[in-house]
Write a protein that binds this ligand. Structure first.
Ligand code: SF4
Length: 332
């Protein structure tokens, strides 16, 4: 007999409250060594006719039975923080990340001030299309990759290609870079694939739209996993992943089991288990971004300028003394 079970922290001490512990079956509750968590948990498991495994020696580590995930519903119910009324705001994941780095740069993007298209972002965008195609339609043979890239460019990326000003003769170099990334991508595990480029959107307050597109969603033995692939270095993906977790929580009324970023280029990986505190804290930060943008639009005043390495690619750099000082410092 199987039964779902939520183990609270009072059961196993080390686990965050309401972490789902898969399911349990009556004939398989090995309890080894000094696994203190297992003492309390196994009696719960037996009571439910369960099936749990506990480590030997690492007292509070649970080794999960590999079964389909149990959703972690939002309880108590999620409430978006109050925001100052004002103009409609569409806060995308990238706008949120930009705002957290430099509010004024985010305000610039909201005004439609973007930097020029770059070759690396074009390669990254095309590689993401190929990754999505692989997951949705199956592996792409080496001999078919060039045609697949050309189809993807023709389907949605021609304006970017034109903005980049690439000559047809330079396209083969781009496709070679994509092929190299795709070769690494194919080595990643894809069990439990649910969807690629999954659009998430909600309107948690009047005139406030939060939106993002998650590279891929998996629902495998460890639960729902939101994955973002990087085609450059990993950087700091925390804000972006937290925003995805918030979007998922609002739309699905549950917290994803994992949020993960992987650099296909370098092999770096960030994998974390989002908590209710992260969801609520990210909502507060998103509400602050909304308030900041609305107040800037209302007053006509600039927002804070926070200089850093990102200034090098900021379209506002020419008119930003803080940014120019940072770039001068960085370039020596
Ligand atoms: S140049 Fe730097 S400090 Fe200035 S607005 Fe852009 S990101 Fe902010």
């Amino acid at each position: 007999m199987d039964g779902g079970l939520y183990l609270g922290s009072r059961n196993v001490g080390c686990l965050p409250a309401r972490l789902p512990v898969a399911r349990w079956s009556a004939d398989d509750v090995p309890l080894e060594g000094n696994c203190l968590g297992g003492v309390a948990a196994s009696s719960s498991a037996r009571a439910l006719g369960g099936d749990g495994r506990f480590c030997s020696g690492h007292s509070l580590t649970l080794l999960f039975r590999l079964l389909p995930s149990i959703p972690m519903p939002l309880d108590p119910q999620f409430l978006f923080p109050p925001v100052t009324p004002g103009e409609d705001v569409v806060l995308s994941a990238s706008a949120f990340v930009t705002y957290e780095r430099c509010p004024e740069q985010a305000a610039g993007r909201m005004r439609g001030v973007y930097g020029p298209e770059s070759r690396s972002s074009f390669v990254g965008g095309l590689a993401h299309r190929i990754f999505a195609r692989h997951l949705s339609s199956g592996p792409i043979a080496d001999s078919d990759l060039t045609a697949a890239c050309r189809e993807e460019i023709g389907g949605s990326m021609n304006p970017k290609l034109a903005a980049l000003g690439l000559k047809p003769s330079q396209l083969s170099g781009v496709i070679e870079d994509v092929a190299s990334l795709y070769g690494r991508f194919k080595t990643l595990r894809a069990e439990g694939f649910v969807g690629a480029e999954v659009a998430l959107q909600s309107e948690p307050a009047d005139g406030v739209v939060l939106r993002g597109s998650v590279d891929a969603v998996f629902d495998d033995k460890g639960g729902v996993r939101l994955v973002d692939w990087k085609t450059g270095s990993l950087g700091d993906p925390d804000a972006q992943l937290a925003f995805y977790a918030l979007l998922w929580a609002i739309e699905k009324d549950e917290i994803p089991a994992h949020i993960e970023a992987v650099s296909v280029k370098t092999g770096e990986r960030s994998d974390s288990v989002p908590s209710r505190a992260l969801i609520d804290g990210t909502a507060v930060r998103a509400a602050q971004a909304v308030d900041g943008l609305r107040s800037s639009w209302d007053s006509g005043e600039s927002l804070d300028r926070v200089a850093g390495p990102w200034c090098r690619w900021c379209p506002l750099l020419d008119d930003c003394s803080e940014g120019r000082a940072a770039v001068d410092l960085l370039t020596g």
